[in-house]
Design a protein around this ligand. Structure first.
Ligand code: KG4
Ligand code: ZN
Length: 505
């Protein structure tokens, strides 16, 4: 059976949760207001929902109290979905959170007449420590108080796991090896040159190139890290989002390695990998943080409250990715591929104010609906028109000015929206990721605006910003250190994997 996805609950789940709550607990159900308060963002409360076909069929919550103690607040599964292991999966998720938060004791209470639940909890290491008479009123049912003691020293949490990460979501075959938060190898083989004559990544070519590059890259990474496959504690792989065919190559290779070596495998989210890479430079990702991820394949603005448990997509591009816009405009201007570096170079001598190109989705009416979304296709068309008009007039196209003005329009929108996201959510950190971070003007403007707004700006080293396997290994290691269960071998590549799914079971 493929386990049901479990994701952090949001306030939008309130209706579904209350429905299950009423069905399961009837007269003792929590009032809607209390549940709404529980679901509100918090550092201590962690609520999750289990879903089947994106329908909420169960939920559970834990409160991490200071003093290394956690309390299970609630857990319920819709009657129609019982018997499928969802209660166990939800409870395991709560235990994972407690372990990650360094709790040494987890408490829960359960109705004395609910034998099935007690036996499930016992199988997860809970023991009865007390009985509260007549706790559940008006039925006058006793509450069994159970405790699970956690020996943190025996948890993998304290280990420094050796993890190999495989990245193949776009045109970079990346193999990274980390020990805990220490980078040991970061081998990247790019098929970029093979896409140059097409002006953009061709999925079939990328997939084939991954097939050819994977084995040598794995060998090279092991050699650089001076470890062997037997030494690994786990294998991590990007299972989405990205190009389906390209992802499948990496996923297939990772599963084969896991089966051959008997090592656990973690299927991780590419976008969250871009954020998690920060552990390799700072030992941790400081949260909450806003993350702006800009590359040839994605333009996403994330709110990361917790790297492993609470990543929210605030907005993304509704058409072209930022890097793609650079590539397309570069082609239009007769510059090469990849376009970003070419435009950056051409723009160096241009005037960014020469032409006022449109800033996508920044008009007041757009800001209502698309406050954190991006659109670059209108800008690309505007550049094309401008060039066309100049050419029909027989004028020379001032490439440097066009490049500088275009770059300014892209960067302006990216930075303005990222800073707004920080301010709106009261978050004073911004982390950048993706290949477009190489852009000199983006770095400059982000630095200026963040400084003015009192926001701490994090830009990882460039070879960690572009797609790489080290970020996937780093995120995998975080999961191992948090004591998370590995993925089953039945997970699949998912080209549209949502950012809320940090690790696919
Ligand atoms: O993260 P990345 O290596 O992965 C893919 O999306 O494959 O990003 C590559 C993208 C390309 O679209 C490239 O044009 C863009 O990043 N890029 C840049 C710059 N350097 C690379 N965009 C703007 N300015 C740059 N200096
Ligand atoms: Zn990427």
């Amino acid at each position: 059976m493929i386990p049901a996805p479990i994701r952090p609950a949001t306030e939008a789940d309130l209706d579904d949760i209350m429905q299950i709550e009423h069905d399961a607990f009837e007269s003792t159900a929590w009032p809607r207001d209390s549940m709404a308060l529980e679901l509100a963002p918090s550092n201590d409360r962690h609520y999750f929902v289990a879903t089947i076909d994106e329908r909420v069929v169960g939920y559970a919550g834990i409160n991490v109290v200071s003093g290394h103690q956690s309390n299970v607040m609630t857990i319920a599964v819709a009657e129609s979905s019982r018997g499928a292991g969802l209660g166990r999966a939800l409870m395991q998720k709560l235990i994972d959170v407690a372990v990650a938060q360094k709790s040494v004791e987890i408490f829960l209470e359960v109705r004395a007449d609910n034998e099935a639940a007690q036996s499930l909890y016992r199988s997860l290491g809970f023991e009865q420590i007390d009985l509260r008479r007549g706790y559940y009123q008006p039925e006058n049912i006793d509450a069994v108080i159970m405790l699970k003691a956690i020996d943190l020293s025996s948890q993998p949490a304290n280990a420094q796991p050796l993890v190999l990460g495989i990245e193949s979501s776009c045109d970079e075959t990346g193999i990274g090896i980390v020990r805990g938060t220490t980078l040991l190898a970061n081998v990247i083989s790019s098929s970029m040159d093979q896409h140059a004559r097409f002006g953009g990544v061709v999925p079939e070519i990328a997939a084939r190139a991954h097939l050819e590059a994977l084995q040598p890259a794995i060998r090279e990474a092991l050699k650089t890290a001076q470890v062997s496959l037997e030494d690994l504690d786990a294998i991590a792989v990007t299972n989405g989002p990205g190009l389906a065919g390209a992802l499948m190559v990496g996923v297939g290779a990772a599963k084969a390695l896991a089966v051959a070596t008997g090592k656990p495998i973690y299927a991780v989210n590419h976008l969250v990998g871009h954020v998690g890479v920060d552990v390799l430079e700072r030992g941790q990702v400081e949260t909450p943080t806003i993350a702006l991820l800009v590359s040839g394949g994605h333009t996403s603005l994330l709110l990361v409250r917790d790297l492993l448990d609470d990543v929210e997509l605030l907005g993304e591009t509704i058409d072209d990715a930022a890097g793609e816009a650079f590539d397309k405009v570069s082609r239009l201007l007769g510059l090469g591929y990849p376009g970003g570096p070419q435009i950056d170079k051409a723009a160096a001598t241009g005037d960014p104010k020469a032409i006022r190109f449109p800033r996508g989705l920044t008009l007041p009416k757009d800001m209502e609906k698309h406050r954190y979304d991006f659109s670059f296709s209108g800008l690309k068309t505007a550049v094309a028109r401008w060039v066309e008009v100049a050419e029909t007039k027989g004028e020379d196209v001032p490439v440097a000015d066009v490049a500088a003005s275009f770059r300014e329009a892209v960067v302006d929108v990216l930075v303005t929206k990222a800073v707004a996201a920080c301010q709106d959510h009261n978050v004073s950190r911004l982390l950048l990721g993706g290949g477009v971070v190489a852009n000199s003007r983006l770095r400059q403007l982000a630095a200026e605006k963040c400084e003015a707004a009192g926001i701490e700006l994090r830009i990882p080293a460039l070879d960690l910003c572009t797609d790489n396997g080290a970020m996937i290994a780093a995120l995998g290691a975080q999961l191992v250190m948090a004591g998370r269960s590995p993925s089953s071998l039945s997970f699949a590549a998912d080209s549209t994997l949502p950012v809320t799914q940090v690790c696919s079971l």
